[in-house]
Design a protein around this ligand. Structure first.
Ligand code: CU
Length: 139
């Protein structure tokens, strides 16, 4: 009996905590689906069909995908598929300087030669929009 009176608030609390997180995931998924549509419009094929590189799209203050796992030696190409906004790529844990400002349809490439997690960010938007990404490089 007593258990039920405690369980209900616990369930409600769990819902209150998880719903905003899920809503944020859905929002990101929707933005990334739109980014892929824009990529296909710009380049005439899906980003997964690029040969020899993995594509990360930059769109509406998101990196798509925001979390990428690649084997050592992989070249990642970031492509701005936004309409007006420019972005940069700053690989904090490498000695690479920040990319130039990437305007719509501009791109930047980096080849990952060291295994491990690599955080990166967009210089102009990481602080205000949390535009942050991660590449996990596997040996
Ligand atoms: Cu940005």
């Amino acid at each position: 009996m007593c258990l039920n009176t405690f369980r209900l608030p616990a369930i409600l609390l769990a819902l209150l905590i998880s719903v905003p997180a899920l809503a944020e995931d859905d929002k990101t998924a929707a933005i990334c689906a739109e980014a892929e549509d824009r990529y296909v419009d710009m380049f005439g094929h899906p980003s997964s069909e690029e040969e020899g590189v993995r594509i990360v799209k930059m769109y509406k203050y998101k990196f798509c995908p925001g979390d990428l796992k690649v084997p050592v030696g992989t070249t990642v190409r970031w492509v701005n598929v936004d309409k007006r906004t420019s972005h940069t790529v700053l690989l904090k844990e490498t000695d690479t300087p920040e990319s130039d400002r990437l305007f719509p349809e501009d791109e930047f490439e980096f080849t990952f030669l060291v295994a491990g997690p690599q955080n990166y960010l967009c210089g102009p938007h990481w602080e205000t929009q949390e535009m942050i990404g991660m590449v996990t490089v596997t040996p």
